[in-house]
Design a protein around this ligand. Structure first.
Ligand code: F0G
Length: 461
């Protein structure tokens, strides 16, 4: 049975180019992580063995995409690749208008500035770091309306990305629809553990929002992966194609922000996609200020071509099966070893529950930051903190946000690592788990003002 399961996610590709990895000694890693202020973002990539920091921009492109790179039309205006990308977005996602951006946060900046008036609320199914920051910089206040199960690492709800319609409705009643800029829907929800939203829920959110004249903005960064979960888990979708499911998902939104660096199998790129012509016109005007002309948005022509081709590849069922199957394989092995991870296993990553690793550490001793550092020390594997450091501070009170979830994310780049790398990862996490009682935590010695997790520095307690 287990052999059969493994085969079911075997990679639908073979390897054509390889990139050597460096192995390091424990003594070397001790000095590297201390130099990096116990922040895995500050490590040099050459000192990392298996890099599970992020699935963002770290994907392996196909020969088809690389061939497309040679077809880059690097004209300042009207690049052919822009039109190819526009067509792919219209065809696969179904939005009318496209504004390319250098990556996801470029699109977030533009849509936040256009749609948010100072003092308005912006509900969403859990925050994402850059998304919320752009909303705040535009004068908005984020309100979390995700279901409670999403904040419980052990709830096995199949769609932990769902919006709690009662929370959304009560915000509308409390604040008034005119004080709500729009609702952001993440699909899948990164900070909840890569958890999907159900089509039924998305449909209901759209219906409720529309009744009150509130726009729905989809964060489509990992929407193809969300579509895969809908196909596997939601009644009525087993026989639908990923493309059809994706189109239906997008049909319940007015606009999408996109980081192509995830789903779309590229190293750089993103876009804002829209249906409303007036908003499009403003966005197209603004992109010129922040990103570049509206037919390249901070990207080279070749990057747009790679992303257009990535769209075609990303929604292939066998690709998604292998991609999500690999994550599932690691997750199931960790569960067999009794290691606490967020359940169900998400789409792009395994999230270790740092609170359960280190019950001896209060959240102000940064359990997840500590765990990420310990894992690097153990084996040279790089993971990412997704807990109190990532959550940042409340802009009014200046206090830390204390998120319920204190997690370390092992994020899998698409088409990059082999099953043997996965096994090494499992063994290393197990070793760190075995040594968990000795750990004393960290103290923060430098804190940047924005998105502090990227550059904060720590010392061992
Ligand atoms: N939305 C989601 C759900 C994301 O995961 C990210 C990036 C963004 C927006 C912003 O996109 O990086 O292209 O500007 N997430 C990366 C990560 C950084 O590691 O999860 P970007």
């Amino acid at each position: 049975m287990s052999t059969l399961q493994r085969r079911s996610w075997a990679e639908p590709f073979k390897i054509k180019a390889v990139e050597p990895l460096k192995m390091t000694t424990r003594a070397e890693r001790e000095s590297y992580i201390a130099e990096a202020g116990y922040n895995t973002f500050l490590l040099r990539s050459r000192d990392v063995y298996i890099d599970l920091l992020t699935d963002s921009g770290t994907n392996a492109m196909s020969d088809y995409q690389w061939a497309g790179m040679m077809m880059g039309d690097e004209a300042y205006a009207g690049s052919e690749n822009y039109y190819r990308l526009e067509k792919a977005v219209q065809d696969f996602y179904g939005y009318k208008y496209l504004v390319p951006t250098h990556q996801g946060r470029g699109a977030e900046n533009i849509i936040s500035q256009i749609l948010i008036k100072k003092g308005q609320y912006v509900p969403g199914n859990m925050y994402f770091t850059t998304t919320r920051l752009h909303q705040e910089l535009s004068g908005g206040t984020f309100v979390d309306v995700i279901i409670d199960e999403a904040h419980d690492s052990q709830s096995t709800h199949p769609f932990k990305g769902n919006v709690d319609l009662k929370k959304f409705e009560s915000l509308i009643a409390r604040a008034g629809a005119e004080n709500i800029a729009y609702i952001t829907i993440g699909a899948t929800v990164n900070m909840a553990g890569g958890q999907p939203i159900a089509m039924e829920n998305l449909r209901a959110v759209h219906a409720l929002a529309s009744r009150h004249g509130i726009k729905v903005v989809l964060d489509a960064t990992r929407a193809m992966e969300n579509a895969f979960f809908i196909k596997k888990r939601e009644a009525g979708y087993a026989d639908k194609s990923i493309k059809d499911i994706l189109r239906e998902m997008c049909s319940y939104s007015d606009a999408a922000t996109m980081s192509g660096k995830k789903d779309l199998l590229v190293n750089i790129g993103g876009f804002l996609a829209l249906n409303d012509y007036d908003v499009f016109e403003e966005a197209r005007n603004m992109v010129v200020v922040y990103e570049g002309l509206h037919t390249y948005g901070g990207l080279a022509g070749r990057d747009m071509e790679a992303m257009a081709r990535g769209i075609e590849e990303a929604c292939q069922l066998d690709h998604l099966q292998a991609r999500i199957g690999q994550v599932e394989y690691v997750g199931n092995r960790l569960l067999e070893l009794g290691i606490p991870i967020v359940k169900p296993i998400g789409g792009h990553a395994i999230f270790l529950d740092a609170k359960q690793f280190y019950p001896q550490l209060e959240q102000t001793k940064f359990p997840a930051q500590t765990l990420a550092a310990e894992l690097y020390l153990e084996s040279g594997i790089r993971a990412m903190e997704r807990g109190i450091v990532s959550a940042g501070r409340n802009k009014e009170t200046g206090d830390h946000y204390f998120p319920k979830l204190e997690l370390v994310r092992l994020t899998f780049p698409r088409r990059v690592y082999t099953q043997a790398h996965c096994d090494v990862t499992v063994e290393s996490v197990y070793e760190v788990w075995q040594n968990r009682s000795k750990v004393k935590g960290l103290t923060m010695v430098y804190e940047p003002k924005y998105l502090r997790f990227f550059q904060a520095r720590f010392e061992k307690l």
